[in-house]
Ligand binder design. Structure first.
Ligand code: SAM
Length: 469
């Protein structure tokens, strides 16, 4: 089969028209090469310097993201215990540019409106240093469940996962977010090298359909941005209909926004005003948008626009988290079971605000839970655990968020200890000692819980996460 047959002819023709013969040849050449692999280090858990020392793979820096590294194509980063410990996220390198452009600061309120499976959300939380609030929203419940697993493994606390249409969010969150990210569903031309399915779903009609949907999503996102706040629009597609044209239409309808230049983004090429209708582009500095091209950088390709809403920007102030105490309305019995478990297992009660009971589940909500009223919520905050009639069961998410030194009883394993694999496969481990909850760590990084009963660690690694390889 010749390569020309691998991509839809109308796609190739459009790209040739846009890029011109010489650049198209380079672009086309890049599309024939294999995709690159990369990981982004989780600075909530480990410094980049330390990760470089313990990395199981050779690392080559991604120029535009200080935490990003290319890794060889023949390794399986998802099958290493450090992945289970949340030390990194496997992410396409140009996708890392979105978090860098959004650049959220600690204590800010950030919304990632099309967030699943959580690549950008994990990046945003790391940059926020797990302080402030991230609303991670997605319309697809199944994908949102994967996002929750990814964010829990990441060990972050200050997020809520909602399962809403973007337009439903406005009454609860009117003009409150410092930064809103719309990493829009798109035709994914930048993913062609990675995913044959995306190629098969491409059509000129799909381009038009996605462009309409993207305009609609941006319209719904605009009223969530606070005055002086940022709206980041991103796609992983090349055509201007879903990129510059969407931004230009948005700006025509929303004169309260402007398109800002982004300084110091290595590898980025400018947006292309010349690729949209001159009437539409008139007066809009579309060259301020960023494009990443597979023939110019090592990566697949992304489009990013940084929009700023007019108005006086009021920065947020850091909050102090109060001493743990029973929240108003929480049944005394529930609080006491949780407290008793903390006293037996931890060096002190977790310093978290907003402890709340949903059914039998205890969460720590990073904002006033009243804000979530009426929304479909998958996780209202960090999942602390489940309260039964006479005891409390800690959740996996809590293990991933805690620092090992906060836990009294641990089984600290080195990465080559066969018990690491045994634990991740869901096996029990012999370990004499008192009957307590034990945190399992690998090289000092939490993997999850076990409960020691009669000299055996009963495995509490979640069944759906267990390794089958
Ligand atoms: N930001 C994600 C990441 O970095 O892992 C990738 C997001 S993907 C490009 C686009 C997402 O938009 C999909 O997960 C899809 O379910 C979601 N989506 C599509 N229509 C939506 C809508 N109307 N509201 C919210 N999310 C939507």
């Amino acid at each position: 089969m010749s390569h020309e047959e691998r991509y839809p002819e109308p796609f190739l023709m459009r790209m040739r028209e846009l890029l011109g013969d010489a650049e198209f040849a380079e672009f086309y050449d890049a599309l024939q090469r294999p995709p690159v692999s990369a990981i982004r280090v989780n600075t909530l858990k480990i410094s980049v310097e330390r990760f470089k020392e313990i990395s199981p793979f050779p690392l080559e820096p991604v120029p535009w993201c200080p935490e990003g590294f290319y890794i060889p194509n023949d390794v399986e980063p998802g099958k290493h215990p450090y992945h289970a410990a949340g030390l990194y996220y496997v992410q396409e390198p140009t996708a890392m540019a979105v978090g860098v452009v959004a650049n959220p600061q600690p204590w800010e309120w950030v919304a990632d409106l099309a967030a699943a499976p959580g690549g950008k959300a994990t990046h945003l939380l790391a940059l926020m240093e797990d302080k402030g609030f991230l609303l991670a929203n997605d319309i697809d419940r199944r994908r949102l469940t994967v996002l929750a697993q990814n964010l829990e493994r990441w060990g972050a606390r200050v997020w809520v996962a909602s399962n809403e249409r973007i337009e439903h969010l406005h009454p609860n969150f009117p003009e409150v977010f410092d930064t809103v990210v719309v990493d829009a569903p798109c035709t994914g031309e930048g993913m062609f090298r990675r995913n044959r399915d995306v190629v098969d779903h491409w059509s000129p009609r799909a381009v038009r359909g996605n462009a309409l949907r993207q305009e609609h999503l941006l319209d719904a996102a605009a009223p969530l941005v606070k005055p002086g706040g940022f709206l980041v629009y991103a796609t992983c597609t090349f055509n201007p209909e879903e990129n510059e044209a969407v931004v230009a239409r948005f700006l025509r309808k929303h004169p309260e926004f402007t398109l800002e230049p982004v300084e110091d983004m290595p590898g980025a090429s400018p947006g292309r005003p010349d690729w949209v209708d001159p009437e539409l582009a008139k007066g809009i500095p579309l060259e301020h948008a960023l494009r990443y091209w597979p023939h110019k950088v090592k990566g697949e390709g992304h489009f990013i626009a940084l929009l700023v809403k007019e108005g006086y920007y009021r920065p947020r102030t850091p909050l102090t988290i109060p001493e743990p105490k029973r929240p108003k309305g929480m049944p005394r019995k529930v609080w006491n079971l949780y407290k008793q478990w903390c006293e037996e297992t931890l060096t002190e009660m977790p310093r978290v605000a907003g402890v709340m009971l949903v059914g039998e589940h205890l969460y720590a909500c990073p904002i006033n839970p009243g804000r979530l009223q009426g929304l479909r919520i998958l996780r209202p905050g960090l999942w602390l655990g489940t309260v039964k009639e006479t005891y409390f069961i800690p959740d996996h998410a809590l293990a991933m968020w805690l620092k090992p030194e906060q836990v009294k009883h641990r089984l600290d394993l080195t990465v080559d200890d066969p018990r690491v694999l045994a634990y991740l496969r869901g096996e029990q481990i012999d370990d004499p000692g008192p009957e307590v909850w034990v945190m399992i760590t690998v090289e000092g990084y939490p993997l999850g819980w076990a409960k020691r009963v009669q000299g055996v660690l009963k495995n509490r690694y979640p069944k759906h996460l267990r390794w089958t390889w």
